[in-house]
Design a protein around this ligand. Structure first.
Ligand SMILES: C[S@@+](CC[C@H](N)C(=O)[O-])C[C@H]1O[C@@H](n2cnc3c(N)ncnc32)[C@H](O)[C@@H]1O
Length: 220
């Protein structure tokens, strides 16, 4: 079975009419991802589809606005990752991990608690011809990194304590987020903002297209 068919079979366990296909991300240097096709849904979701989608959200079928903005930034400013060992936390489709590898990171680890996300990330790394190592549990990783990246993971407040845990593992952290308007978690500081959209387009409110970048540096 092709990776596209495998990922389509994966999502059809919860959304029986969904299709996955490669899409080229806009302004991302040709980076491609297997994503939900943008003609879905072609009608209202059945109640059992809605329940399954909410119970087991398949984040990996979308490239979230924050992931797209961070991938664009890494590809525009490759010095951020070039030659460095990088962890992408909450990788989803693997968009940020793939962008870091394309931008010249020495080693990239993609971490996600969803095993389907890791399968999608492996397929997306192969699609882009890059090497990405997979990890399911952040706390099972014992190694250090030069940089931790995290895009769109703060929607869940239970993830906020990870901001401190990242700095125990790397001297520098770069977070992209469109959900939390004013993150006030020292030593994280706002370093920029740009507009991006979730793909395929979820027709989200404009406020969720405004992605903020927060940088954390370990105190000496
Ligand atoms: C909204 S998606 C963002 C995906 C990707 N970074 C992007 O921007 O397209 C959030 C991802 O974080 C993952 N996630 C949430 N909590 C996590 C945790 N504690 N450890 C690892 N991954 C987590 C979810 O499974 C999901 O794939």
């Amino acid at each position: 079975m092709s990776p596209q068919d495998e990922l389509t079979a994966e999502i059809r366990r919860t959304l029986p009419r969904a299709c996955i296909a490669p899409a080229t991300l806009p302004d991302c240097g040709g980076l491609q991802l297997y994503l939900l096709t943008d003609d879905f849904p072609q009608g209202p979701l059945a109640p059992e589809e809605m329940a399954a989608a909410l119970h087991e959200p398949a984040y990996w079928i979308f490239c979230w606005a924050s992931g797209l903005a961070l991938a664009r930034r890494l590809l525009r400013e490759p010095a951020l990752v070039r030659g460095r060992k990088v962890l992408d936390f909450g990788t989803g489709s693997g968009v940020v991990a793939c962008a870091a590898a394309l931008a010249g990171a020495r080693e990239v680890v993609a971490c996600d608690i969803d095993p389907a996300s890791l399968r999608a990330t492996a397929a997306n790394a192969a699609l882009n011809g890059v090497s990405v190592r997979l990890a399911g549990d952040f706390f099972a990783l014992t190694e250090d990194f030069d940089l931790v990246l995290a895009a769109d993971v703060l929607y869940d407040r239970a993830n906020h304590p990870f901001l401190a845990a990242f700095l125990a593992r790397a001297p520098e952290v770069l977070v992209a987020d469109s959900r939390v308007r004013n993150l006030s978690v020292p030593p994280y500081a706002l370093i920029g903002e740009e507009t991006a959209e979730t793909l395929p387009d979820l027709n989200e409110f404009d406020e969720f297209r405004s992605v903020r970048f927060y940088q954390g540096r370990r105190r000496a």
